[in-house]
Design a protein around this ligand. Structure first.
Ligand code: EPZ
Length: 416
């Protein structure tokens, strides 16, 4: 069981380069199964979630060839297995994104139900509603979602909630459907736009990604091509918050600043200086930070994936800050770990009220999910003394070379 050790109190200074976006890469790797020819993907991060998904599709019979540190070639023959076993799916919820491509191209899919996780129950009702609207028959049997269909046919679908995964899964299923699909009340995250751009580069006909309505004109097949995944806005945001929390001066390279606008606005409100130019963002926090209120919402609202990291920063900001988590029903639990470090946080339902304290104290803490783990790193960086974080496997799911990147900007962190 690996652990991260952090000696707190150092201000972060220097430049860090962001990797490709985990949540874009997972959707785009799944979508690659729709292509009749070879797809080459660049800017793919070397993180556990991506490597597990590549193993899962390889076990289906898809040809996966690594081409260099962040490139991979994917070739999907006309016949592959369409059954993903539970032992693999339990390692990666996002394998549910294989449903859309497998139904669209192979008219069959059996995906073990990914089950809940620490941040919420993670239902799939909206995914299923979309696939059934396109003509698939789905059933839940012995912990598997089983789907089969003849060729899917376009339909008009309204999502009760702008679910990222459901938008992606139904969009992937619709690209090979007969006729037009109109998807309403969809997610507008940058990863949705990246997936649509990728699919269109293979010959799909998708319009409106990034808005509330996506229109997809079905085509008979998709060709191959080469595509580079967008940078990871949540990794970037994590470093931005760490820079602010440690009163540092950090330049973030390889980030599309419009993708982190919601966070930039909140950091400026907290009295942090944020400079934007092209694909570079500079975070400078000389002054005392101010308390702020956060409400997480679907994009372009404040991202739920940045909520725990900002909570870490706010634990030592004088005054009262309030965080409301509107997206997942159980994503405030990292507060318990912060309280073990001396934070003053009161959690009631989906609301956390944070009273700033002078300093956190280093402690032995454990990550309960990916972003809680990242938040504990931020807390360790600002705490007095040493912090030991266990369950680092959660962090490695979504952050490439996290300690190397932090050491390069002055953090005293090591992995044992
Ligand atoms: C994606 O998860 C991301 N994961 C999550 O990132 C991210 O937190 C989330 O979107 C929200 O932005 C990937 O892209 C792999 P949702 P997803 O469907 O698709 C409810 C990280 O740390 N819902 O938008 O699962 C659901 O219960 C991860 O990188 C339904 O009710 O998120 C939740 O309350 C964590 N029915 C809300 O929607 C459904 O059928 C948001 O879920 C689907 C979702």
């Amino acid at each position: 069981m690996q652990k991260l050790y952090i000696k707190g109190g150092k201000s972060l200074k220097g430049t860090v380069r962001i990797s490709g976006a985990k949540n874009a890469a997972l959707a785009i790797i799944s979508a690659s199964l729709l292509a009749q020819e070879t797809v080459c993907l660049d800017n793919i991060p070397d993180i556990t979630d991506v490597n597990v998904l590549l193993d899962i599709v390889a076990n289906l019979g898809v040809e996966v060839v690594r081409k260099g540190p962040d490139s991979v070639e994917i070739t999907t023959p006309d016949r592959i297995s369409t059954i993903t076993p539970y032992r693999e799916v339990k390692k990666l919820r996002a394998s549910n994104l294989l449903l859309g491509p497998l139904l669209a191209r192979f008219c069959n899919a059996e995906i073990a139900l990914p089950g809940g996780c620490n941040i919420g129950s993670r239902p799939m009702d909206l995914h299923i509603k979309g696939f059934e609207a396109l003509g698939a028959a789905l059933s839940l049997e012995h912990g598997f979602i089983k789907g089969c269909c003849s060729r899917l046919t376009g339909s008009k679908i309204y999502l009760d909630f702008p679910s990222v995964g459901a938008t992606e899964n139904i969009m992937m299923a619709a690209v090979l459907s007969k006729g037009q699909t109109v998807l309403e009340n969809v997610a507008k995250e940058p990863e949705i736009v990246d997936l649509a751009n990728f699919l269109n580069s293979l010959g799909a006909k998708i319009r409106g990604a990034g808005t509330d309505v996506i229109k997809i004109d079905g085509v008979d097949q998709l060709g191959g091509g080469r595509y580079s995944v967008i940078p990871d806005r949540i990794e970037a945001g994590t470093f931005m918050v760490a820079a602010a929390a440690t009163h540092g001066n950090v330049t973030i390279e390889n980030i599309i600043s419009t993708h982190v606008e919601p966070l930039i606005a909140k950091l400026r409100e907290a009295n942090v200086e944020v400079l934007e130019e092209d694909e570079i963002i500079r975070v400078i926090a000389r002054e005392e930070l101010r308390p702020i209120d956060i409400k997480t919402l679907p994009y372009p609202g404040f991202p739920t994936d940045m909520q725990s990291q900002v909570m870490a920063m706010l634990t030592v900001v004088k005054g009262t800050s309030v965080i409301v988590e509107n997206v997942f029903e159980n994503r405030l639990q990292v507060a318990d770990e912060f309280k073990r470090m001396g934070a003053k946080i009161k959690v009631e339902g989906r609301t956390a009220v944070i009273q700033g304290v002078q300093r956190l104290q280093g402690a032995q803490v454990k990550a309960s999910d990916l972003r809680a783990g990242a938040a504990l790193i931020v807390a360790g960086l600002i705490a007095d003394g040493d912090t030991e974080i266990c369950n680092t496997f959660y962090i490695d799911r979504g952050y490439e070379k996290i300690e190397q990147k932090l050491i390069s900007i002055g953090a005293d962190i090591s992995r044992i």
